[in-house]
Structures are given as C-alpha cells and as structure tokens.
Design a protein around this ligand. Structure first.
Ligand code: GLA
Length: 386
C-alpha cells in the first residue's frame, strides 16, 4: 500500500487541511515457543510484512476520531479525551482508546487526533491484529505529540493496555515482535530478561505458509486467562518447595521431583511449559545448523503438546495440522499464537506450495465446512513511520 493512496483514502473520511502522517505496524507469527511468554520462557516469533497501516493528524480540540476500513460498519467513532472508558460496543476502537488513555495519564497528552486505519492482515486469526493496532497507535501518539518514548517503553505500554484495559493477561511476545521485528530474521526472545537474539530465517528452498482456520474464537480470551491462572497456581505450589521465579526455570528432572504436588491439570500445563521451552531452545540450535527437517519435527511436537497437555487447539487447528503433515513437501506444521482457533504455521518445500494449498484447502472444507485462507509470508521490520 503506498503512502499517497493511504492519504487519499484518509481524505475521503476527514476534511483536513494537511499534516497527515503515515505509519505501519506489522503482524507477527510465532515459529515455536507457545504459551510460555508469561512463564519466563524463550519464544521465537517474527514480524510479518503484512499488518496495519495508519494515517493520522493532530486536532486542536480534545476529540478523537477513529475510522477503520476493516470495520466500515462502525463508521467514524468519536470520543473525547475525557471519556476513554472501555465500551463493548466500541469494539475495535477500544484498543485505540486504551493506548490513548495511557498516554493521557502518563505523558499528559491534551489534544486529540483523527485516525484512519486499514490493514492487509486478517483480524482475529492469531496473528496479533490487536497488538499491531496498539503499537501503531503508540508510535502515532509518540510521534505527533513528541513524547520521545523508546520502543521498549511503548512495547510495555501496549502490553499493559492489553492486560488491564482489554483484560487479556497476555505475555510480552506479540508486542515485542511487532515493536522490534527485523526483516528476514526471527527473534529468540528470553521473556524473563527481554534479551533478544536475531536469528536469520531465510529458508531458500522452503516457504513459510500460514493457514487461517476461520474458526470462531468466542471464548479465546477467557480460556487464555484460565491457562495463565493454572500456571500461576502450579508455580505457587512449586515455590513452596523450590526456589524458582518462573515455571520455565524448571527442567524435566525438577518436574519429576515436584509433580506430586500438582493436580492432573496442573501437571499437564506445567509439562507443556517446560518441554516447550526446551523445544524452543533446541529448535534455534538446529535451525542455525540448517537442519530444517529437525526444526519441522520440533514444530509437530510443539503442536501435540499444545493439543494434549495445554489443550488450546481444537478440531479446526488439529485437522489443519494433520492435513498439512499428510501433504507431500510439508516438513513441519503447528498452531501459532494463543490457539482456540486462529492459524497454523507450516514449512513447505517451494515446489509443493501450490498443490498443498489447493489440496489442504479442499479437504479442510470437506471436513469442517469452512474455507482456509493461506498466506505465504515474508518477514519484515517492526513498527515504523513511513
Ligand atoms: C497470545 C498472547 C501472547 C502469547 C501467545 C501464546 O498471542 O498475546 O502473549 O502468550 O498468545 O504463545
């Protein structure tokens, strides 16, 4: 999407005299390391070249006007800086309001903005459309109101909005990947310390294919919070006998020692967390040695652990991963993101990509009665002004 078209589209919605600035925030895919960013583990996400575009200008009054091409049915949503409370019927714009509220509280912003949003990523598909919007708005406010915040501050602010305003108790992976992404690289992020190593992810003879199940994700947020509290209760019990800060500080030997303390559900959740952390570290090692098929095997193990121990997959994700794995040329597939619907990520040999998309799409439709949307992705840079 080019800048002048975006500004033209903005001008169809607002009557401004000028001053429009254009910004972009990517979406993200996590290659491996799922549901461990709130347990102090390693994750391995990358920013995508698809995402959310925003055009914005400053206003002289205290009004905020928001329009999204992806949610046209809401028209222009208008609020004032004095009334930024969460409102269910404000739907997508709550993410914008939450970020603005933080900026008003902490950085004394006292004038409004007009915002035009459009995206070329699917919403609610497990590719972090919400974190993409949150970081986009942070960068817009930071720029238009010269707040001079660094990226880590904006990443943490966006996570706080998601945790407290939206009430999803997420970790920091999505906001970090969107804020700090780097073209052609995945990030090995230690979520306990925020140390991050950029690892080249150029898979010459393979493509990374994302497949959106298009499953409804109605209970996703409450289920997500439930998993987080199961981990907390498990950690709490373990801390009574062992000095640990996070579940990911444990190895499998530790687990065998302490599992008697846990309920059956807590055992499975904890086992996923520990094994997923080890798999993530391992997967980056094999990737550095260019052992792509080993990486693919770890993706499958990750999916099975998310299915059986963490129970966040469901019929749509499991069907899609099975179909992918039974297709010629696919060397690894797993769910990505929070789960409960959303998308899978797969590594597919170049020459089999077209055939896989047609065949898997058809079989999934026959079995689930839904179409799959496929994306052959490229890895891009983090959020920025264009
Ligand atoms: C969502 C959350 C992340 C992370 C993933 C699961 O995307 O926002 O913080 O927990 O789920 O790995």
């Amino acid at each position: 999407m080019n800048k002048s078209t975006l500004i033209e589209n903005y001008n169809k919605v607002y009557n401004d005299e000028g001053g429009q600035q254009v910004y972009f925030a990517p979406s993200r895919v996590n290659m491996i390391g799922e549901h461990i960013d709130y347990n102090g583990g390693y994750v391995f996400p990358c920013a995508l070249s698809i995402g959310t575009y925003g055009v914005a200008t400053r206003r002289d009054d205290r009004n905020i006007k928001m329009y999204s091409e992806n949610f046209k049915e809401f028209g222009v949503i208008s609020v004032s800086l004095d009334d930024l409370e969460y409102k269910k019927d404000h739907d997508w714009s709550n993410y914008v309001k939450g970020v603005i509220q933080e900026f008003v509280k902490k950085y004394s912003i006292n004038k409004g903005i007009n915002i035009y949003i459009t995206g070329n990523m699917p919403n609610g598909a497990g590719l972090s459309s919400s974190a993409s919007l949150e970081l986009l708005i942070s960068v817009i406010l930071n720029d238009l109101y010269s707040c001079e915040l660094d990226m880590i501050t904006m990443i943490k602010l966006a996570q706080k909005v998601e945790n407290e305003y939206i009430n999803v108790k997420c970790g920091i992976m999505d906001q970090f990947a969107i804020g700090m992404g780097k073209k052609d690289h995945a990030m090995l992020l230690n979520t306990a310390t925020l140390e991050c190593e950029y690892v080249p992810l150029i898979l010459n003879e393979y493509k990374i294919v994302i497949a959106n199940t298009n499953a409804k994700r109605e209970l996703a947020n409450s289920k997500y919070n439930e998993r987080k509290s199961e981990c907390e209760s498990s950690l709490h019990k373990i801390q009574a006998v062992k000095e640990v800060e996070f579940l990911c500080d444990l190895n499998l030997e530790d687990y065998n020692e302490i599992e008697y303390l846990l309920t059956d559900v807590e055992k499975r959740r904890t086992r996923h967390v520990i094994t997923e952390n080890l798999r993530t570290i391992n997967s980056v090692e094999v990737l550095k040695e260019n052992k792509i098929s080993e990486f693919g095997k770890l993706m499958i193990e990750s999916h099975l652990s998310l299915k059986n121990d963490y129970e966040v997959t469901g019929i749509e994700l499991d069907t899609l991963v099975d179909l992918m794995m039974n297709s010629e040329g696919v060397i690894g597939a797993r769910m990505t993101g929070a789960g409960f619907g959303g998308s899978t990520v797969s590594i597919v040999r170049n020459e089999f990509v077209d055939q896989t998309i047609i065949e898997v799409g058809k079989k999934y439709n026959d079995k689930i009665g839904q179409k799959v949307d496929f994306y052959i992705i490229t890895i891009g840079d983090g959020v920025r002004k264009l």
